[in-house]
Ligand binder design. Structure first.
Ligand code: CA
Length: 223
């Protein structure tokens, strides 16, 4: 899952980015409001985290710009404790949730998981296909009851596949949601990671879950 963080305080922004990356999210950090809106309009993020007090373009204008473009990506806004009116305006302008600074990183992570659950039909907290399960809150993955250890990137890739079970996912779609803006499109890194995952998820099981769709990409499904 890929997240855009628009926050002009470098310390806060870097802190958020590091915490999110440790949870396997792909993160782009932008310190400028106008540039942040541009990025939000041109990349298909899974969540936007927007500080309301920004130079060049206020967070409220980013919210309005995104919603006017009919982009439904969940938005979490960051405000100072005292800015009640800003919070209200933010929610009215299309934000889905807010946090006041300073906040505990665990609360930010829990709110992100809640936003990712919205609009999906998954049972609260656990993704499942056949005997494969993934629990975002603990990042635990099991197959047939056996725990599987994944690296951060393998986990991020599997989470994306599991949230889109039964759909063909092209390499551009996968790179857009699992890698950040530093991704080099001229490598076969996606295929490499899919192979890593296959070795951990499917090897030794008669029922394969990760399928190659020739000429298109990959799909997670029960055959
Ligand atoms: Ca700020």
């Amino acid at each position: 899952m890929r997240i855009l963080v628009i926050e002009d305080e470098t310390k806060v922004g870097c802190f958020i980015r590091r915490a999110l990356e440790e949870e396997s999210y792909a993160v782009d950090l932008c310190e400028d409001g106008a540039k942040g809106l541009e990025m939000a309009l041109h990349t298909n993020y899974d969540i936007l985290i927007v500080d309301l007090m920004l130079p060049s373009l206020p967070g409220l204008e980013i919210l309005r710009g995104v919603r006017q473009a009919r982009i439904q990506t969940p938005i979490l806004i960051l405000t100072a404790q005292s800015q009640v009116d800003q919070r209200v305006k933010g929610l009215d302008a299309g934000a889905d949730d807010y946090l006041t600074k300073p906040f505990a990183i665990d609360e930010l992570l829990a709110r992100i998981r809640a936003l990712l659950r919205r609009g999906s039909t998954e049972s609260p907290g656990v993704l499942q296909i056949d005997d494969l399960t993934l629990t975002p809150a603990t990042r635990e993955v099991t197959r047939g009851g056996q725990r599987i250890d994944l690296t951060l990137k393998e986990y991020a890739l599997l989470e994306y596949l599991m949230r889109h079970t039964g759909r063909v996912l092209t390499r551009p779609m996968i790179s857009e949601h699992v890698w950040n803006q530093d991704f080099d499109t001229f490598t076969n890194v996606i295929d490499v990671y899919v192979n890593y995952l296959r070795n951990k998820i499917d090897r030794g099981h008669s029922k394969k879950l990760i399928h190659t769709i020739r000429g298109s990409g990959y799909m997670l499904k029960v055959d």
